[in-house]
Design a protein around this ligand. Structure first.
Ligand code: ZN
Length: 97
């Protein structure tokens, strides 16, 4: 099977990763990247690589769609809240009359 070389996703090609020592001790520790053995690159089956790319594309499309739905929902919420606010202001003006 065809193999292709990609930048290690774990360390982004650095060959090492920085991790915090512990939750209580936020000191950055440098570790050798276990995924690529500090090579910064990993060999991967080309088919698998293409699948990952395809998956990633699908994921971002789904993600964007979800975000758009959220924006739509928030927009509706905003319109609703604005109408509520207007109603409230209207009552207030009527009371002060
Ligand atoms: Zn790595």
């Amino acid at each position: 099977m065809e193999k292709t070389k990609i930048i290690c996703p774990r360390c982004r090609g650095n060959g090492y990763i920085k991790v915090l020592a512990s939750v209580d001790n936020p000191t950055e520790m440098t570790h050798q990247c276990p995924q690529c053995n500090s090579q910064g690159e990993i060999m991967i089956d080309e088919t698998r690589f293409k699948n990952i790319q395809k998956e990633r594309d699908l994921l971002s499309v789904a993600h964007i769609k979800k975000l758009e739905e959220e924006i739509d929902m928030l927009r509706k919420q905003k319109i609703y809240l604005q109408s509520q606010l207007r109603k409230k202001n209207d009552t207030k003006t009527e009371q002060t009359k």
